[in-house]
Design a protein around this ligand. Structure first.
Ligand code: 5AD
Ligand code: SF4
Length: 457
């Protein structure tokens, strides 16, 4: 531990997906190993990190307002350092310094290891003068970036400060090669790279030793795990190796791309008891025309076939999905195909979004962009339809006794605990906080729209 950083505090604000939440655990781990304490109070911070998301414009806008609000704090607190991480950092790079001259450091999702050098460089500088205003085009005094290709990033060992109790996230691969036409991820997280098997296994053994019961394997497209590795292994092979690790009782993985979702994976999920009965399989749309414009590489019937295979092999499987409404060229008939898909497949839950134009992506150049009002109407229709289906499915759990991994006190009701079933349903119930991180049996008494309510038995 570096004692000269003792009493220094870091505040981390995370926007976006699970991948970002996990990246923030890595950032927090590095700060912790350098002697920093994490604070929830932004005014106490010596360093503020904003880990950004650029998947949709709304997320980007939220970040700009947050960063704008920090200007006053920065000029009142000369020693305060502000760093921008994540997908917007990668995408905008130096341009962020022009608009926000009070930012000190910009680093991308594949350069989290550079945080350590930045902390060290900062420690060595005493009495930093305040940053002068920038002229256009200049990089400015102490401002630095870490945005380059970092070809060995996927092999690096970073310290981690894990957030959850009982469940832990593990990156198995970085980046994405799919180039879905709406999606910014391949431009911000770079090309797909798998982590070596031994690194993953060692990390999970360590997680198990620390008492975690559940792991979630993370990657943009976990089903293509293994491509480019010198060892011959695929995703089912990785799952088998992980399954053998003592102490881990639940295994989950996100996200699966339907085009790579194989029969072999379905059989593996059926045969390995630790793999939870839940799959997140983004469909995005129900119309073949739209799926093709999205560059998704499967027609609706193929998607449906995979769902049927899954349900045949694992009847109790819960399936959730992502939907985009108002993609360019989506007619009323195309939209109806999405509604029909929801009715036909009956997902356990969905995440639905209005299409949002993203820089560099192919879809911005398509014709037939849809107006905001139509997008909003379509989104409401999708959400209303799914609300009925989710509620109906939730009621089927009434009277059943399910295994729940307790996550802690519920954020919405401090008197109750909250946890998840193997099928990823949220369950709330009365109980002692000491149950946090353990597996318990809960009898379901009531179904709600987004959760179940039960009692410990
Ligand atoms: N507009 C709307 N939704 C998007 N997603 C990704 N890119 C966009 C976009 N440009 C959604 C997809 C993806 C989820 C993580 O976010 O549904 O599966
Ligand atoms: Fe984006 Fe498609 Fe890659 Fe998912 S698979 S991250 S939607 S490009």
């Amino acid at each position: 531990m570096n004692h000269s950083n003792l009493n220094k505090k870091v505040y981390i604000h995370t926007f976006g997906c699970q991948m970002n939440v996990h990246d923030s655990e890595k950032i927090a781990g590095i700060f912790s190993s350098c002697g920093y304490e994490q604070t929830e109070n932004i005014k106490d911070a010596d360093v503020i990190i904003i880990n950004t998301c650029s998947i949709r414009q709304k997320a980007e806008q939220k970040f700009y307002s947050e960063l704008g609000r920090l200007k006053g704090l920065k000029y009142k607190t000369p020693h305060l350092k502000i760093a921008v991480a994540g997908c917007i950092a990668q995408q905008k790079g130096n341009a962020l310094f022009e608009r926000f001259p009070y930012v000190d450091f910009i680093f991308g999702p594949n350069n989290i290891d550079s945080v350590q050098n930045w902390i060290e460089a900062d420690r060595q500088k005493t009495n930093n003068p305040p940053i002068p205003p920038l002229s256009k085009g200049s990089k400015g005094g102490f401002r630095t970036t870490a945005l380059d290709d970092n070809p060995e990033y996927h092999t690096k060992h970073l310290p981690l400060k894990r957030e959850g109790k009982g469940r832990a996230w593990v990156s198995i691969m970085y980046g994405c090669d799919n180039f879905c036409s709406y999606c910014v991820v391949p431009y911000t997280r770079g090309r797909e790279k798998s982590r070596p098997v031994s690194d993953i296994i060692n990390e999970i053994k360590d997680i198990s030793k620390n008492g975690f019961k559940e792991i979630t394997l993370l990657g943009q497209n976990v089903n293509s795990y293994g491509k480019g590795l010198s060892e011959k292994i695929d995703f089912p092979g990785l799952l088998k190796a992980i399954h053998a690790i003592y102490g881990i009782e639940r295994i989950r993985f996100v996200t699966s791309h339907p085009k790579d979702f194989s029969e072999k994976l379905i059989e593996t999920a059926r045969d390995l008891p630790k793999i939870c009965e839940h799959i997140h399989l983004p469909i995005q749309a129900g119309s073949d025309k739209i799926l093709s414009l999205m560059n998704r590489d499967y027609p609706y019937v193929k998607y449906k076939e995979k769902v049927e295979m899954l349900r045949h092999a694992i009847p109790e499987i819960a399936i959730t999905t992502d939907i985009i409404v108002g993609f360019p060229g989506e007619t009323d008939e195309d939209f109806q195909c999405t509604m029909n898909a929801l009715k036909e497949i009956e997902f356990d839950g969905i995440f639905a979004f209005k299409y949002s134009k993203r820089p560099n992506t192919a879809a911005i150049n398509l014709s037939g962009h849809i107006n905001e009002k139509t997008k909003s109407e379509r989104l409401s229709k999708v959400l209303d339809l799914q609300a009925e289906i989710t509620y109906r499915k939730n009621t089927e759990f009434k009277g059943k006794t399910l295994e729940v991994l307790v996550e802690g006190v519920s954020k919405t009701d401090k008197n109750k605990l909250t946890g998840r079933t193997r099928s990823n349903k949220i369950v709330n119930f009365y109980g002692d906080e000491n149950h946090t991180g353990t597996l318990i049996m809960v009898k379901i008494l009531e179904a709600k729209q987004h959760s179940l309510y039960g009692e410990i038995i």
